[in-house]
Design a protein around this ligand. Structure first.
Ligand code: BYC
Length: 312
């Protein structure tokens, strides 16, 4: 089939809302775009374990420790499904991990901020996982089949993560004045970076046009950010906490909140590698990767032996 016909079939599939599958023909730029987004997403899940992993040994009770441990393990699982989805596009996991470990690949800006107190575990679950779900619900209907299917399970787990974070905030906000103050401090520090998770404003988002055309993203960065604010502000009120934004105001006409502008200079700086924890995160990732070399070697050697035994 010539390229024009293949392209026509690809476009028709998208129009019928059918998934594109690994063996289907696809334009090179679609393959590149999906590989970029899915691998960045996988890296975010893996790096995202670090700020929370930091608190496993310091969780204030056995129950909290078990829940946090389970959550961090879930994030590892998400990374693995997503690397598998990215690999179906033809780039090997080794290559993808190399891009992460050498600092060539991006991962979500949010994970370059430090987790200073226990209530940050609440704020991360409530706000960071909350923002992640807001974005990921639409990704269950993304056009690339393996990515869409991975997102179904991920979304289920993320909603548990969001609930556990909100519950930590509830307990602290209803606790002693010092606990409530700690919860407020976490909200103050995590609010704006959470809004930045949705990416730059639509008029400065170079990838959105193609992402929408190819049904990779179903909604734009600004649409999702607005929905997150609308959903989260009443939750903060329920906690008795104050969202750190003087410009926040209900707008009856748009049936949503007006809100202030995130500091995009800070965002760009973090994405360029100069956030508070970028270097620490990459160093931890590289240490884990080299520390795990013997496990990868042992697993590969075992698989090779087993294959030989089966063949014999
Ligand atoms: N941070 O044209 P744009 C989790 C980059 S983890 C860093 O709007 P796009 C969790 C963007 O990559 C879940 N970089 O891009 C885990 C692009 O650069 P390149 C994380 C960002 O792709 C553990 C440039 O800026 N979720 O839930 O259309 C514990 C221009 O942006 C960011 C995902 O990964 C950012 N925040 O839209 C707890 C969701 N934003 O690649 C929780 C999947 C933008 O052109 N990803 N950039 O060099 C997406 O939905 C989209 O990629 C984005 C950006 C909405 C993030």
């Amino acid at each position: 089939m010539d390229t024009a016909k293949l392209e026509e079939n690809f476009d028709a599939k998208l129009l019928r809302n059918e998934n594109i599958e690994p063996k289907d023909w696809m334009p090179d730029n679609y393959r590149k775009h999906v590989t970029r987004q899915v691998s960045q997403h996988a890296h975010s899940e893996i790096i995202g374990m670090l700020p929370e992993g930091n608190w496993i040994t310091r969780a204030p009770s056995m129950r909290r420790k078990m829940v946090l441990l389970a959550k961090v393990q879930d994030e590892a699982g998400h990374g693995l499904y997503l690397y598998s989805a990215a690999e179906t596009m033809g780039t090997s996991r080794d290559e993808l991990l190399d891009q992460l470990n050498t600092g060539k690949a991006k991962y979500s800006s949010i994970f370059n901020y430090p987790t200073l107190t226990w209530s940050d575990m609440g704020a991360v679950g409530w706000l960071v996982d909350g923002a992640a779900i807001m974005n990921q619900v639409m990704l269950q209907r993304t056009s690339y089949g393996p990515y869409a299917r991975a997102m179904v399970r991920i979304c289920k787990e993320e909603s548990f993560h969001q609930r556990q974070g909100f519950e930590i905030m509830q307990v602290l906000a209803a606790g002693t004045p010092a606990q409530k103050e700690m919860a407020q401090d976490s909200l103050n520090r995590w609010w704006w970076p959470s809004l930045m998770m949705f990416g730059p404003p639509d008029d400065q988002s170079p990838n959105t046009a193609n992402a929408i055309k190819w049904k990779i993203k179903r909604e734009s960065n600004d649409q999702l950010r607005q929905r997150f604010v609308n959903q989260t502000v009443p939750q903060a009120a329920l906690l008795g906490l104050t969202v750190p934004d003087d410009a926040l105001k209900w707008n009856e006409e748009k049936k949503g909140y007006d809100f202030g502008t995130p500091n995009w200079e800070e965002f760009n700086n973090v994405v360029r590698g100069n956030g508070p924890c970028n270097k620490e995160r990459l160093a931890a990732r590289n240490k884990a990767h080299s520390g795990g070399a013997w496990v990868r070697l042992a697993a590969a050697t075992f698989a090779e032996k087993r294959n030989k035994a089966v063949a014999a």
